[in-house]
Design a protein around this ligand. Structure first.
Ligand code: ACM
Ligand code: ZN
Length: 764
């Protein structure tokens, strides 16, 4: 009987679970109207109908997407009655607009151009539930969509570390998935020249390889290993074609006149001193730049840009222009002669040498313009008079975009406050690959509004778009590129594409699991912080307890323990917030499908000050206020770096905290911790005073201590100060911890006020 039953079951048809497409993808389409009419059933009977070589090529691509997402094989221009039709005759003012019309017989993807149709294909692709299915139900719907900005870019530095042709193509695939249309390819820098220039063969023979690379951020230790690579012109053309087939324009950047040390290694006569120069083995900004007084430099710029324009059909050509120190130009007779000959003078805050860069920029502009192309440059190009049709890339915040637009230039927003994907994306940097610094999580990228409110309506129209930048000093391989890019690219694409009134981060988080499934089946390495648990700890004085709230992505289940044991699906299932009154080690984990999040772990140590009513006389510094005063008595001791949100930061103001113990209590010691990060001017406290009161009005000084000069040896970590009290009973304790007023002479920021980061004030 038993045997019979199992055999019988084996012959039952596999019940296919109904899976349904969801058009609310990332970037969120501008209009999705789903109706209750019969859906389109996507299965292997379906054919894709397309006319003409370009549409047939796209149809093949779509068939590949459907297969990747669902396992379903559809053919192209086959005999199937039910079909997906690709077209590009939508009448729309926006050339990248598209419409998707789904009914029981067909899915029609119609673009205002082939590019628009391709974006529609991406929406269909991302709408499909990932898995191995025999059919997918596509609800009857009208989707109408168009991008907010015409320029939707991502920059990739292949100089600090080289990435091969296949990796660059995968990068382009990543952009296509997120509906970007511009790939900004950073091809030359101090640490390596990456593109073949036939007139200057030594650029690839000599300048494409450095002998070794500095370890860490500052010089001191090197890895002793050569690093290099370059693209032949044929390889570059192959990449341009690959990108064009995905409706992505490739903008080359030759960064000049700074960031040219690698080129100077190959052609030292182009520098002010004549060299010798090495392909730089360090990070940062080198003083070795092109000599602006040397006519050979002008010929070099003309020749290189002309060959670049022969390779790249892009309307836009980027000439860099950032970070060009003027140290050599100040000393160089040729540069000084040029300044004289051209009648260049200092103006406002800019020296004659600063304005000499404008001479070079205008020269490059004329070369680019002479071929009917448009010049782009980093916002330093605003430091001289540039023609109105040059485009400014605002990277030092948004000031360059504001000034550029006010001058009548078109601008692209790529501020280092929101768009630098080489910055850390998590505060827990001990779990992150070593990075350049900073902190730009997905939410920060998402929050960016590219059109500055300071501009007039006419000036606002000059903001043509937005892009991310990926500098690769600390990005060693392609999996790390993907980790730094995704899912920040998802947040970026919604900034670039979606109407601002439709943007909502909570809603974005609800849509991201579907995109993660796409990343998963494509084998992309992406950051999973959004799937981690975020905990909010709120001291509640009336309950003498800590309220614990967890959140994570929709569709996940959270389990936790309080005794430090590993949480599993058998641990307490988190349903709603709960309270902790005693010492605990909280561990929590989220499961989404089979995917397990990073384990959250926080230790709660309860003392007399924990969860009491507290107030601060002075506000912490603007960016370091976090959850405010209660953080200091939440039972959780700050660890790691000072940006974690567990430390409160003070500058030019004391941490002046009053604790209400609720009733008179004997307390013998007051402990507090200070976070040290000496190189950032984050150092130890200078003094502490503790006062006590029984009524909250009249205070007596219990103790006062001066900590003296800060320690030079203590560069990082935590310092714990323990202050003996008088053993008397008080209800109110006032503690005043003072920052170091002025950093000592040996410090890089000598005489500046120091930052003071405090956490967990405990009373025993
Ligand atoms: C830049 O980050 N130097 C443009
Ligand atoms: Zn010079």
């Amino acid at each position: 009987m038993k045997l019979f039953a199992s055999l019988f079951m084996a012959f039952l048809p596999v019940m296919s679970v109904a899976v349904t497409a969801d058009y609310n993808v990332i970037p969120l389409p501008n209009k999705v109207d789903v109706s209750s009419d019969s859906p389109f059933v996507l299965n292997s009977e379906v054919t894709i109908r397309a006319t003409g070589d370009e549409m047939v090529r796209n149809a093949d691509v779509l068939a590949g997407y459907i297969k990747q997402a669902t396992g379903i094989d559809v053919d192209v221009n086959g005999t199937g009655e039910k079909y997906i039709r690709l077209k590009a005759d939508l009448n729309d003012v926006n050339p990248e607009a598209y419409e998707i019309t789904v009914n029981k017989d067909s899915v029609v993807i119609n673009g205002a151009s082939a590019a628009g149709m391709f974006h529609g294909m991406q929406t269909v692709r991302k709408s499909l539930p990932a898995g191995s299915h025999t059919s997918v139900s596509m609800p009857a719907a009208e989707v109408y969509d168009f991008p907010r900005f015409e320029y939707r870019g991502a920059h990739f530095d292949v100089c600090r570390h080289f990435f091969d042709v296949e990796e660059v193509k995968t990068f382009i695939d990543m952009l296509a998935l997120h509906n970007l249309n511009t790939f900004h390819w950073h091809l030359s820098d101090d640490q390596g020249w990456r593109i073949e220039i036939k007139k200057y063969p030594l650029l690839t023979e000599l300048a494409s390889t450095r002998t070794q690379t500095v370890i860490g951020r500052l010089p001191g230790k090197w890895d002793g290993k050569p690093h290099g690579g370059f693209y032949t012109q044929e390889e570059a053309k192959d990449i341009i074609k690959y990108a064009a087939e995905r409706y992505i324009n490739v903008i080359p950047e030759i960064d000049l006149p700074g960031h040219m040390r690698a080129a100077l290694h190959a052609y030292p006569h182009l520098g002010c001193t004549g060299g010798p120069y090495d392909v730089w083995t360090e990070w940062g900004v080198t003083e070795e730049v092109l000599c602006a007084g040397n006519d050979s430099t002008l010929i070099f710029i003309k020749d290189v840009l002309n060959e670049i324009m022969d390779i790249f059909p892009s309307k836009y050509i980027n000439i860099g222009g950032d970070e060009c120190p003027k140290t050599r130009w100040k000393e160089c007779p040729k540069c000084q002669a040029r300044i004289k000959a051209e009648g260049i003078t200092a103006k406002g805050k800019f020296s004659a040498e600063d304005r000499l860069q404008g001479f070079i920029t205008r020269y490059a502009y004329n070369v680019v313009n002479g071929r009917g192309r448009t010049m782009l440059g980093w916002d330093e190009i605003l430091e001289s008079d540039i023609p109105q049709d040059a485009i400014v890339m605002s990277w030092r915040g948004t000031a360059g975009a504001i000034e550029g637009a006010r001058r009548g230039n078109r601008v692209v927003q790529t501020p280092n406050t929101h768009m630098y994907f080489d910055f850390y994306q998590s505060k827990d940097i001990q779990f992150e690959p070593f990075a350049i610094g900073g902190y730009i999580p997905v939410e920060k990228v998402y929050s960016f509004e590219p059109v500055p409110s300071e501009l007039t309506p006419e000036q606002k129209k000059l903001v043509i778009g937005c892009q991310s930048n990926l500098w690769t000093e600390y990005i060693l391989d392609f999996p790390q590129v993907q980790y730094m890019e995704m899912p920040r690219l998802a947040a970026l694409c919604e900034v670039q594409w979606t109407a601002p009134e439709k943007k909502n981060f909570e809603n974005f988080k609800n849509r991201i699991p579907a995109l993660f499934s796409v990343y998963d089946y494509l084998g992309y390495n992406y950051a999973k912080h959004l799937g981690d648990i975020s905990a909010t700890y709120t001291p509640v004085p009336s309950k003498k307890a800590l309220k614990v709230d967890f959140s994570t992505l929709k569709g996940s289940d959270i389990y936790y323990t309080l005794d430090g044991t590993e949480p599993t699906v058998n641990s307490t299932h988190y349903k709603k917030n709960f309270y902790v009154k005693n010492d605990a080690i909280i561990k929590a984990v989220a499961f989404r499908g089979g995917v397990k999040s990073r384990i959250l772990c926080d230790t709660i140590s309860v003392n007399a000050a924990s969860f009491t009513k507290v107030s601060l006389k002075n506000s912490p510094a603007e960016n370091y206020t976090f959850a405010g005063a209660p953080t200091l008595v939440d039972g959780i001791t700050g660890t790691g770096n000072y940006r974690t949100g567990r430390w409160l930061g003070f500058i030019n103001a004391d941490c002046d905290l009053t604790i209400d113990l609720g009733s008179k209590k004997t307390v013998n010691t007051l402990d507090f911790n200070v976070c040290i990060f000496q190189c950032d001017g984050v150092v130890d406290a200078s003094a502490v005073t503790v006062r006590g009161s029984v009524n909250g009005k009249d205070y007596v000084t219990i103790t006062s201590e001066d900590f003296g000069e800060i320690s030079r040896e203590k560069e990082f970590g935590t310092v714990t100060h323990s202050v003996a009290l008088d053993g008397n009973k008080y209800r109110y304790i006032n503690v005043v911890i003072s920052p170091t007023k002025s950093l000592p002479a040996w410090h890089a920021f000598a005489a500046s006020p120091a930052f003071l980061f405090i956490d967990e004030i405990s009373l025993k």
